[in-house]
Design a protein around this ligand. Structure first.
Ligand code: SF4
Ligand code: FES
Length: 381
């Protein structure tokens, strides 16, 4: 007789392969953004995967059917082997995107990355105005370096996306951000409201926009989409807190993306390490295909079988996949609850309580530091 665990594995349908691998090469970063998506406990360089492991992960990703790799961090350019990893991705037919803060790269380096097969650069900005941008990023002179990098990316012949993370401390300059993105020759501009996990959750009261700010921003983006149609694509990521239905976080749990942390843990999303009760699978000892198909962390919330009511009988259950598991955990104490961003959730009132903070006093920002949340001040001041 087959053991019950094997029988369950045999009965489970084989999932579609992930579309993308998010390779968080390192948590090291010269910036200190107070909304960083990295966990509060940042990995040190000594804990990072070595080059051979990353090369093997890229091989396994391609074999699994992954199409895109996003080299991210922290700042992925802090890795000395980035060129080698980009080359391996190209050799394996993976479309590669470099997600960078852009403050350390020079023309020779970006040229070498392009020659190694890099396909695309995504450059993050903290604001449209240097003083505010440098204050938010905690890095004096960072904004000017980013502007210079945009020119270098074009000189290297690579397409450019610029990303602005918006919140109540910079939303008044949204029109200037859109102008800057176009001026920099970006083919895509991403306007992304802060997502309140990790460092963003720590700083929620300082960053949450009011409903009026959000509505004004949405109108500005919609107008810009009309004005820039055919020239620049605008992606717009809204905050959950003012919504009545959640977003399909990560495109659904373990459906589209596999995330590898600097230390080699394989996760269905960048915040999944907050979930209690799991032994997180490691690419140091397990292959990517097996993790994706069978690991309990991945199968736990995949699909719709796990869903409680009201999701289980909801017509949107295969649209938003019940929202975000990490947000459900952070705000309701149980990752298996309906995302409280949904107005049908019995916990939806916690969102309204948080939104009320947007009208209160703005506390000091807690900057991302490798030493954790004890460090309370900006490097720029
Ligand atoms: Fe989505 Fe669940 Fe809300 Fe329906 S009840 S909209 S599936 S979160
Ligand atoms: Fe983990 Fe949304 S951040 S599921």
């Amino acid at each position: 007789m087959m053991p019950s665990s094997l029988a369950a594995t045999a009965l489970r349908p084989v999932p579609e392969p992930p579309l993308a691998l998010l390779a968080e090469l390192t948590h090291r970063c010269p910036l200190a953004c107070p909304y960083c998506a990295n966990p509060l406990e940042l990995e040190r360089a000594s804990a990072e995967l070595d080059t051979a492991d990353w090369l093997r992960v890229l091989d396994e990703a391609a074999a699994l059917g992954v199409l895109q790799v996003h080299f991210s961090g922290g700042e992925p350019c802090a890795r000395r082997d980035l060129l080698e990893l980009v080359k391996r991705a190209a050799d394996r037919g993976l479309y590669s995107n470099l997600i960078t803060s852009g403050v350390t790269l020079n023309q020779a380096e970006i040229d070498r990355l392009a020659a190694a097969g890099l396909d695309h650069v995504q450059l993050s900005f903290q604001d449209a105005e240097a003083g505010s941008a440098d204050r938010l990023g905690g890095f004096r002179g960072g904004h000017a370096r980013k502007l210079a990098l945009a020119t270098m990316v074009h000189a290297a012949g690579l397409p450019l996306t610029v990303n602005f993370v918006v919140h109540r401390q910079n939303l008044e300059r949204l029109p200037a951000m859109l102008v800057l993105g176009e001026t920099l020759g970006a083919s895509r501009i991403e306007i992304a409201h802060v997502q309140y996990y990790g460092w963003g959750l720590v700083n929620r009261a300082a960053l949450m926009p009011s409903l009026a700010q959000l509505e004004a921003a949405t109108a500005i983006v919609e107008q810009a989409r009309v004005t820039l149609h055919g020239r620049v694509t605008i992606d717009y990521v809204v905050p959950d807190y003012h919504a009545t239905r959640p977003k399909a976080c990560m495109g659904g749990w373990a459906r589209r993306i596999i995330n590898i942390t600097p230390a080699g843990l394989a996760l269905p999303c960048h915040a999944a390490e907050t979930l209690p009760g799991f032994t997180f699978p490691s690419v140091r000892s397990q292959d990517l295909a097996g993790i994706w198909r069978d690991d309990p962390l991945f199968t736990k919330f995949r699909g719709t079988d796990w869903m409680p009511e009201p999701c289980q009988s909801c017509e949107r259950r295969e649209i938003d996949w019940g929202g975000c598991r990490c947000q459900a955990l952070a705000l309701t104490g149980d990752a298996a609850n309906t995302d409280p961003a949904c107005a049908l959730s019995p916990h939806h009132a916690v969102m309204a309580d948080a939104v009320a903070l947007a009208t209160g006093p703005t506390p000091d920002l807690v900057y991302r530091r490798i030493s954790g949340i004890a460090a309370l001040t900006s490097a720029v001041g």
